[in-house]
Ligand binder design. Structure first.
Ligand code: UD1
Ligand code: UDP
Length: 445
């Protein structure tokens, strides 16, 4: 059922909250806030998406039943940063001018985040920033996200920090303490919701796992997309995967690959034809959550995946040299391996070969959320407008809130790696038709 956003009757004192997002991770992290706003007696949510992503965004909106009120549809294949910025800024200025919200809320550190905050600031509309205060202190990594989130901090009136560390980053930069609240990360709200959803019956990647990775066959789940890794670092990720696949035929590597053609162009030549590497179009969020649950190890450069996988008791190797999410590293559940093939191969190999090393990471804690981040965020908005009391902050719990989960497919006899993967269907196109191993489709725009 669709969430009612602007269709709610305008009942007098309701404050209009314009929720702006544009990419897959923002959608995943904003969805619980939209739900909470829609249920609040104080607010009337209006959703504006830039469409910086298209099918990857639509997948999430469909899953959560969110029908955007405004869709700028800015995506272009191979879009430049300036192109997304100018198209989004102009479109959002018009949307804010028309909607006249009491406040705008943006999430994270994408171009949509920054332009949403800037457009609101230019029009004198207050800005709430969800997932505020993440920092690497390196303007080139992640690029351009470190600068996007710093600029957004300058524009925001209310800073909803996910963890005490992110709050401290903001305070160290001189942000006023009474404008900062630790709420937890809404990604955990979404994850806790999605893992309770039924295992999708028709998902090609899950079907592939059911056929070829029942029992205890090790599964390496991979995602990669970071702009600072384009070029040689991304090609090195491909080389590392090829080496792992060749040296370890029992390992099944599953890679629902980002739709960015630059990413695909760097990775695909290295892994094409390897029968134990399954590359597909991006997985639906429900399917991806179940893939994480089934994975033995998660190898990623994603921010959101770094936050989610530890909740499922999965070791995460991060293909970056730094992270704005030090909590997972401090807790022992996340390790940085960079993009050097040797470090990636050694990192995966150690977890596969040394049970003690694996257990140490899989047993680790989750400091990112408890499922109450959206509730606290909306309560913080109510407090901001003088409509509700001060909000109790999120205090990290030092136990995984979800716990190790299983994928929910029946155990069955193990199939030989080469035979099974080479005949498998693995990819999802936009219309959910299966494609063959290593065949993936460009976005239709
Ligand atoms: C963007 C964000 C990044 C975030 C990531 C999440 C910026 C600058 N980057 O990076 O912070 O971590 O999203 O995935 O805001 N494409 C499609 N269909 C889609 C999505 C993308 O075809 O649904 C292709 C297009 O060719 C597009 C390209 O991917 O031009 C890059 O998309 P873009 O949003 O510019 O950058 P991302 O690398 O996705
Ligand atoms: N995700 C997904 N399908 C996939 C890969 C990832 O639904 O095939 C989800 C994942 O669970 C996480 C989010 O997308 O919530 C992360 O998005 P991404 O890595 O694109 O962006 P980042 O978090 O790095 O900004």
């Amino acid at each position: 059922m669709a969430i009612k956003t602007s269709t709610r009757p305008d009942s007098g004192p309701d404050r209009t909250v314009l929720v702006i997002y544009g990419t897959r991770p923002e959608a995943i992290k904003m969805a619980p806030v939209v739900r909470e706003l829609a249920a609040s007696p104080f607010f009337r949510p209006v959703v504006a998406v830039t469409g910086q992503h298209r099918s990857m965004l639509d997948q999430v909106n469909n899953l959560f039943g969110i029908v955007p009120d405004v869709d700028l549809d800015v995506l272009q294949q191979g879009q430049t940063l300036a192109g997304v910025t100018t198209r989004s800024l102009g479109g959002l200025e018009a949307a804010i001018t028309e909607i006249q919200p009491h406040i705008v809320i943006v999430q994270g550190d994408t171009t949509t985040t920054f332009t949403g905050a800037l457009a609101a600031f230019y029009l004198g509309v207050p800005v709430a920033h969800l997932e505020a205060g993440l920092r690497t202190n390196d303007p080139t990594s992640p690029f351009p996200e470190e600068i996007n989130r710093r600029l957004t901090t300058q524009l925001a009136d209310l800073h909803l920090a996910p963890t005490p560390t992110s709050r401290d980053n903001l305070l160290a930069e001189g942000v006023k303490p009474d404008t900062v609240l630790v709420v937890g990360n809404t990604v955990i709200d979404s994850l806790l919701w999605v893992v309770k959803e039924p295992v999708p019956k028709d998902d090609p990647l899950l079907a592939e796992l059911e056929r070829n990775a029942s029992g205890d066959r090790p599964v390496l789940l991979v995602t990669a997309h970071r702009r600072e890794s384009w070029g040689e670092p991304m090609r090195n990720i491909g080389k590392a995967l090829a080496q792992l696949a060749t040296e370890r035929p029992d390992l099944l590597i599953v890679f629902p690959i980002h739709r960015n053609p630059t990413v695909r162009g760097a990775i695909m030549p290295a892994v094409s034809g390897l029968t134990n590497v399954v590359v597909s179009d991006p997985a639906d969020y429900t399917a991806f959550a179940h893939l994480m649950s089934r994975a033995t190890i998660v190898l990623t450069d994603s921010g959101g995946v770094q936050e989610e996988a530890p909740s499922l008791g999965k070791p995460v190797l991060v293909m970056r040299d730094n992270t704005e999410r030090p909590e997972g590293v401090d807790a022992g559940t996340v390790a940085l391996v960079g993009t050097d093939p040797r470090r990636i191969v050694d990192g995966v190999g150690r977890l596969l070969d040394e049970p003690a090393a694996y257990a140490a990471m899989a047993e680790a804690v989750n400091p990112y959320g408890d499922g109450g981040a959206a509730r606290r965020s909306v309560a913080a908005l109510a407090h901001y407008f003088g409509l509700g009391p001060p909000v109790d902050e999120f205090v990290p719990r030092f136990r995984p809130p979800v716990g190790p989960a299983t994928i929910g497919v029946p155990r069955q006899a193990r199939t030989a790696v080469g035979r099974s993967a080479s005949r498998a269907s693995t990819g999802a196109t936009d219309d959910h038709q299966p494609v063959q191993v290593n065949q993936i489709h460009p976005e239709r725009t």
